[in-house]
Design a protein around this ligand. Structure first.
Ligand SMILES: [Zn+2]
Length: 339
């Protein structure tokens, strides 16, 4: 049995690590709780600790209806079996299916899972996929080793050297994407619903508050496939780049524009995180200082938001200027990147 001082400290911290190791009996209410119960803390003098629910019931106490102290092991089993199922599947599983296994409602299961792991089941699956993809690359070295073997000092040098092409496949885009297979997904992010689409060569569309119909319009001849295991790994990297902006030069793109548009997009990729440029500076950087308006249009024609960071271009004088998906998202992105 844990010492009373330690137990009380766990209760005041609502420390979930102690759930299942003792229960907190409240003599004045006749209720017993798990240490992490979210209910208001009782006065210390009214509390007695018991080794488990059985001992508390023997003393005449009833289980709390809010924290369900007798369900601790059931929660743990539910979370562990869900984690096993996700690992075995190697991809995100439907919440309803995961919950059904446990006998919990989907919303209750989602809460229990998130409380234990800090991530929703879907986010947990994505993080797992991203980790596996990263491990596969570093161990099997399919890309990284090739880069070093080719004499580059590291991936970022490699992508700098090849950025002139931005991973473009010009022929595929000439006919509305004829012959291209595009995997796509819509995911919830802190910036709202985000559409991500990619060919085998890289991300070809990243936008907000759009769905499949946007892809039908842009790539009418392409074959559209929702999800896909390899795509999920790329998607996890894209989500990470959006939620915690860092260096995303390693994420491949598959875009095609006019020579001028592509020059502008390359310049956008050179703006360091946390910095902004004006439209005039952007035009000057591509060697056309008078083409400020055209630089703005090229900026707006960008198919891949965030990864081609058109949000880093603002008006002279500090005004945010425009943004295809609304200024709230532009402002939020710049705020994230300034930290
Ligand atoms: Zn409780």
């Amino acid at each position: 049995m844990i010492a009373d001082d330690e137990a009380w400290a766990a209760v005041t911290e609502r420390n979930r690590a102690f759930d299942g190791r003792f229960v907190t009996g409240v003599l004045t209410t006749g209720i017993y709780c798990r240490p992490s119960c979210a209910a208001r803390h009782p006065a210390r003098r009214n509390v007695r600790f018991f080794a488990n629910g059985e001992a508390a019931r023997a003393a005449g106490l009833r289980p709390c209806k809010r924290c369900l102290p007798d369900d601790v092991s059931r929660d743990e089993r539910a979370v562990l079996s869900a984690i096993e199922a996700i690992k075995a599947a190697g991809q995100p599983l439907a919440l309803a299916a995961l919950a059904e296994e446990t006998g919990y409602s989907p919303s209750h299961f989602q809460r229990v899972f998130t409380r234990h792991t800090g991530l929703s089941p879907a986010a947990f699956a994505r993080a797992l996929m991203a980790e596996r993809a990263a491990t596969a690359l570093s161990e099997e070295g399919s890309v990284t080793q090739a880069i070093y073997a080719a004499g580059y000092s590291g991936p970022s040098r490699f992508y700098e050297a090849t950025e002139g092409r931005l991973g473009m496949a010009p022929s595929a885009w000439a006919n509305g994407g004829r012959g291209a297979v595009i995997h796509w997904s819509v995911v919830e992010t802190s910036l709202g619903r985000m559409l991500v689409a990619a060919t085998a060569k890289g991300v070809c569309r990243l936008s907000f508050n759009e769905g499949r119909e946007a892809l039908d319009q842009r790539f009418p001849q392409a074959e559209l496939v929702e999800g896909g295991a390899e795509f999920e790994a790329l998607l996890a990297q894209v989500i990470a780049a959006v939620e915690a902006p860092g260096d995303f030069g390693h994420i491949p793109l598959d875009v095609k524009g006019t020579a001028f548009q592509e020059a502008v997009w390359r310049e956008l990729r050179r703006i360091p995180k946390g910095e902004t440029r004006t439209y005039a500076e952007l035009a000057a950087a591509v060697g056309k200082p008078k083409a400020v308006r055209a630089a703005g249009s090229a900026n707006g024609a960008n198919n891949v938001a965030v990864l081609i960071p058109c949000h880093r271009v603002i008006r002279t004088g500090g005004h945010l200027g425009g943004y295809a998906y609304g200024l709230d998202i532009k402002r939020a992105l710049l705020e994230k990147e300034s930290k």
